[in-house]
Design a protein around this ligand. Sequence first.
Ligand code: FMN
Ligand code: SF4
Ligand code: SF4
Length: 459
Amino acid sequence: MPDLSINFAGIKAPNPFWLASAPPTNSGYQVMKAFDAGWGGAVWKTLGVPVVNVSSRYGGLNYRDKRLIGFNNIELISDRPLADNLREIEEVKKRFPNHAVIASLMVQTRQEWHDIVRQSQDAGADGFELNFGCPHGMCERGMGSAVGQEPKVLQMIVEWVMEVATKPVIVKLTPNISDITEPALAARRGGANAISLINTIQSIVGVDLDLYAPYPIVDGKGSNGGYCGPAVKPIALNMVKNCAQHPDIKLPISGIGGIENWRDAVEHILLGASSVQVCTAAMHFGFGIIREMTSGLEQYMVEKGFNTIYDMVGKALPNVLHWEDLNMKYKVTANINADKCIGCQLCYTACEDGAHQAIRLNTGTRVPEIIDENCVGCNLCSLVCPVEQCITMERTDDGTQHLTWKERTAAGAAPTEFNDERAGGRHHWVPEPSAALGKERHKTLPGRARALNEEFAAQ
Ligand SMILES: Cc1cc2nc3c(=O)[nH]c(=O)nc-3n(C[C@H](O)[C@H](O)[C@H](O)COP(=O)(O)O)c2cc1C
Ligand code: SF4
Ligand code: SF4
């Protein structure tokens, strides 16, 4: 059996799955229940001077039949007295000494930082996570993302914390910034032991069309909130990758954002995370999701021959290049498997109106046909096709050539003028504009495409 245990910047846990600082880690009751279910660690709901929250606090983005593909909140840090939280941290640590309990912290002054770090240490916390990410409410008071957006202030606060911390310090970053590596570098300069990302994305999740107010609604009004859940995973993955690839950051990364199952977790790990944190999925489906997460991860590791989590960390990073380093000679075209096709013709509409007019309808069958000469291999049809593996992208170059944009530019072979003959689309057929109208359309199509369309038009 593979070993799922981790040592994250000195914080040990039986597995890499931690609950993120949020409502699921609001109390000792919840954290104990989560550990009992199988979670490896928990970052406590952020501690500080307790707040007063509004109601309601959450908004959701539903997509067709899926609830909460995105989740939005305007709640603040813990509203419970610090002493209650610390007493429960102590209790949890006594009962679960081998699990990771991390105190998430957010205060203002140097003295407050020193006091809360010392008190959390005394309560037995295994480490700290500095919350420089909350994008609503707390930032108006000069904390949360207001710090995460100011690398110099962030660095200064990390230095204050490092003056008294005897346990590892993780800096939690806000995605509400143009370059995530800047605060990550500031965290490193300040002496932090690790970073975690992402916190929530500043957002308005929707507007009530009758009340003219953004969700969630508080007495007829609303405020921008923090966005998370499955919809933010792509943003989180990119930011995790940016930090993992940066040559000067070199800190362990706890990946957060849109993790709902073991696959999401593995994606974060392959891009450089060595622990992962989950919030929305635990709020949506409860702590029980951990069973599928750990068994799925174990199974994947067995299949791939990974003995430890560290065998996988960053495994995809060498394959994440800059665009200019991709091979422009690699070509694919779409291929429809007629046996799987259900004849919905979504691919035809997508390619016809949204891509390169490379799919043709046939009479007598609802299975469309790819016009190979026109297909640029963009993938759109295979993405819209509702049947798995019905449209596949098949390689059409012979694999012997390799040319990147960088090499092309260096060789003086890249287009440099507006009407350059070397433009990529120069020799690719597009229909005449007037062919869009009525029966004239088929007359402008070249070669095989025209033949096929004439045949179709005649039928
Ligand atoms: C209702 C709610 C409250 C949150 N409170 C905190 C908090 O107190 N401290 C913190 O660092 N992050 C907080 N977060 C952010 C989460 O820890 C996490 O970074 C974010 O939700 C992204 O993960 P997810 O996509 O798994 O939800 C909160 C998120 C939600 C939804
Ligand atoms: S989208 Fe897929 S299933 Fe629908 S017609 Fe095209 S190939 Fe067939
Ligand atoms: S890959 Fe793009 S261009 Fe080719 S058929 Fe599909 S949608 Fe059209």
